[in-house]
Design a binder for this molecule. Structure first.
Ligand SMILES: *Cc1c(COP(=O)(O)O)cnc(C)c1O
Length: 379
């Protein structure tokens, strides 16, 4: 059994993907080809944002967002303390200070109470200027945007939605489903192969309604270009999505929308039905929809988790700990970060979480095998 079976997906889509890739080879239009534009247009339509700008990876996408806002030294950017390293890395990379905020025990996403407390602490400290919130849609579930937007407005902060794991998720607001990548002033995603919408290499995208920021990002991602890439009006970077990746993603996006999201939600429900009452299963709040980048359970303590991992592993079932270390404890941040109130929930999660194999092509038999192995290990 595989943790996320990309091979199975490839064989389901092989004819279309092979055709699509060969087509790019025949056109020899490898950089900024037609497929890139087509993908950007389909994705911006899907999430209902005016602009979709693809780039080389999800980390660059975040960085380009912060660059468009001029975030740098002396700025405070609020980041959940329980997420993938890149969510905070981009802040430090630009010389700004990441403020790591505790998360919610049930959703794994940024705690809006801890967020407001952290903002007040930064204001009281009086050294850094609160600038932006990087709200992460962890494991496929959108963060609590109704509340995050209220706080952002109150303290005049920008929202950078990190939907690297969240593409395909949604929140129903006033009867209408709003998609992940539509909640930020700027939103980003990643096409890393194992993400909900993954390519066959690195890739990323940025979404916004703001024309000025979109222009800036389009320039920054191609060497700070002005009217052409040989007219350089600022120092930028080289961060483009390959045409071949776009061609693959066009095929995968069709499957993603047509059935993969439904299928992975069915798989998650299946797990939840089998494991409720045995372990702490993920909790999707009312009016939220997850794209299940991970299906993450919580064990009683790190000892029980280790026992279970061993048991799974001896049955050839892979499992992963996302994440084993809190952000503020990563050595890379040691010279410049803030973290108030100790983040007890993040600490608890790093000791108890375990992610199980899940993907749209997982069989009911596999889910039953994993669940039975867990039940036997716990009792
Ligand atoms: C994967 C990931 C990123 C970075 O995406 P890459 O395409 O790997 O650079 C950023 N944030 C989160 C939460 C992620 O999971």
């Amino acid at each position: 059994m595989q943790f996320r079976d990309l091979n199975k997906q490839y064989f389901a889509l092989k004819d279309k993907i092979d055709y699509s890739v060969l087509n790019v080879m025949n056109q020899a239009d490898f950089i900024m080809g037609r497929e890139v534009k087509e993908l950007e247009s389909k994705l911006s339509n899907y999430v209902s944002k005016k602009h979709c700008i693809t780039c080389a990876n999800g980390t660059d996408a975040l960085k380009l967002g912060l660059l468009a806002w001029g975030v740098g030294k002396g700025d405070a950017v609020f980041v959940p303390n329980f997420t993938f390293f890149a969510s905070g890395e981009v802040v430090s990379d630009l010389g700004a200070t990441p403020v790591f905020v505790d998360v919610d025990k049930n959703t794994f996403n940024i705690s809006t109470y801890a967020l407001e407390e952290s903002i007040i602490s930064i204001l009281n400290e009086g050294i850094l200027i609160p600038k932006a919130i990087i709200s992460v849609d962890l494991f496929g579930l959108p963060a609590n945007y109704q509340e995050i937007k209220r706080i952002a407005q109150k303290y005049n902060l920008l929202i950078l939605e990190d939907a690297a794991q969240g593409f395909g998720g949604a929140i129903k607001i006033n009867g209408i489903w709003n998609k992940a990548c539509s909640f930020g002033d700027i939103s980003t995603t990643s096409f890393f192969p194992a993400k909900p919408l993954g390519g066959y290499g690195d890739g990323g995208a940025i979404f916004t309604d703001n024309d000025e920021w979109a222009d800036m990002i389009n320039s920054l991602k191609i060497h700070g270009k002005g009217t052409s890439k040989y007219d350089n009006i600022r120092v930028g970077m080289n961060s483009r999505l390959d045409t071949i990746q776009a061609a693959i993603l066009l095929v995968k996006f069709e499957a993603f929308v047509e059935y993969e999201l439904d299928d992975i939600n069915r798989a998650a429900l299946n797990y939840t039905n089998m494991l409720s009452g045995v372990v702490d299963v993920p909790d999707i709040p009312n009016n939220y929809y997850s794209s299940w980048a991970q299906y993450t359970i919580k064990l009683k303590d790190s000892y029980q988790r280790e026992q279970l991992m061993n048991k799974l592993s001896s049955n050839n079932i892979p499992s992963m700990i996302y994440y084993i270390k809190q952000m503020h404890k990563q050595e890379a941040f040691k010279n410049n970060y803030r973290c108030y109130n100790g983040c007890p929930v993040s600490q608890y999660l790093t000791e108890t979480v375990l992610s199980l194999p899940i993907h749209p092509y997982i069989t009911d038999d596999d889910i039953e095998l994993v669940s039975d192995t867990i039940i036997k290990s716990i009792y």
